[in-house]
Design a protein around this ligand. Structure first.
Ligand SMILES: [Fe+2]
Length: 354
């Protein structure tokens, strides 16, 4: 019988660049015509947010340091565990999930994953490792094992889509590509074969918000819009289906001989998805409850969260963690760090489940 190590991290894209740019997403959102004029004035923000904004540089450096320390600890645990393969749940943010097909979950069964994390998010801006922005990595894949896992999951009456190549996006999508860069912070190399599972976290918004933000800058009149492409679509997978996929995956992995890391790659509530906060800061209360549950070993409760509550909290990407929770439902997490933020878009958590 194989062994499983559960892991949760973030793939926060600004972490690829300099800390002084961490708040650029907030600056961008402040230019949206949908943000009320008075909310563009920091004087109307919550006190903690104003304080962080006034001390942006120092707060950003601390944010980076805590990420670095947490990621190093996670990497140490992965190295100690010596996995045969690393299965990762990550959101597809309008990368391969587009108008032609939106599966709830899709497993990539490939032996090699071309990855270009810097060109994707930073474009030509420098990254902190000074790697050429066009540099392409090859992340090794566990295609054969992935295919056998898909077969076993489907045979347990839980249909799941799968791919042997990227359908749209030319490189490994951001949730996976960034995770492997961050877990190789000191550039020793990432050699564990991976099996990415894309989750349609963005659900009803995946097409019309083009993965989260397009509507914030869409100045067209209602009559110019398309009734399908510019309107909310059908729901994404419910937390229950995410959790139950995790449970099925656990059954399948328990019956195999290999050692698996199963990872969730995502932040929790995102400012640019939290309409009730004018898209300026995340839902810290929603996440604080999830953090409490995690610390108590009560991640089983996440199965019963409603899609509407997830959308209200801007915590769409948290569904990756709900998939992981189904895999490690009975284990108590070691929470390595939990980063509340006002100005750096997304809440972050780092945890392992032994
Ligand atoms: Fe994401």
């Amino acid at each position: 019988m194989g062994e499983i190590l559960g892991v949760g991290i973030t793939h926060y894209p600004p972490l690829l660049g300099e800390p002084d740019h961490y708040a650029d997403l907030l600056r961008m959102v402040m230019n949206s015509h949908l943000v009320p004029g008075e909310m563009k004035d920091p004087a109307s923000w919550p006190e903690g947010m104003r304080k962080d904004w006034d001390n942006e540089h120092a707060v950003a450096l601390e944010h980076q340091e805590r990420h670095k320390a947490a990621l190093a600890e996670v990497r140490r645990e992965i190295d100690d565990f010596k996995p045969d393969a690393v299965i990762v749940f990550g959101d597809d943010q309008y990368e391969n999930f587009k108008e032609d097909v939106i599966p709830p979950f899709n497993m990539y069964c490939m032996d090699s994953f071309p990855s270009s994390p810097f060109s994707t998010f930073l474009k030509d801006k420098p990254n902190i490792w000074n790697v050429d922005s066009s540099h392409e990595y090859e992340v090794p894949g566990a295609g054969r094992i992935g295919r056998e896992i898909v077969d076993a999951v489907i045979s347990r009456h839980r249909p799941i889509a799968y791919s042997y190549k990227y359908s749209r996006f030319p490189h490994l999508s951001h949730a996976f590509a960034n995770a492997f860069v961050f877990l190789d912070w000191d550039k020793r190399g990432w050699n564990y074969p991976v099996i990415p599972i894309s989750v349609n976290c963005y659900g009803s918004g995946v097409i019309h918000t083009k993965g989260g933000m397009a509507q914030l800058f869409d100045q067209r009149s209602e009559s110019e819009k398309d009734p399908y492409l510019d309107a909310p679509g059908p729901a994404g997978p419910t937390p229950r289906s995410c959790f139950e996929l995790g449970q099925t995956l656990r059954e399948v992995l328990d019956a195999r001989p290999e050692r698996f890391v199963v990872m969730a790659s995502s932040g929790w509530s995102h400012a640019f998805l939290t309409e009730k906060n004018h898209w300026l800061y995340p839902d810290r209360e929603f996440d604080s409850q999830r953090h409490d549950e995690l610390c108590q070993g009560e991640q089983r409760k996440w199965r019963d969260i409603e899609n509407s509550a997830i959308d209200d909290a801007g915590s769409q990407e948290f569904k990756n963690w709900i998939c992981l929770a189904g895999v490690v439902e009975e284990r108590k997490a070691k929470v390595i760090d939990y980063l509340d933020t006002w100005i750096f878009n997304s809440q972050k958590c780092f945890a392992t489940f032994k």
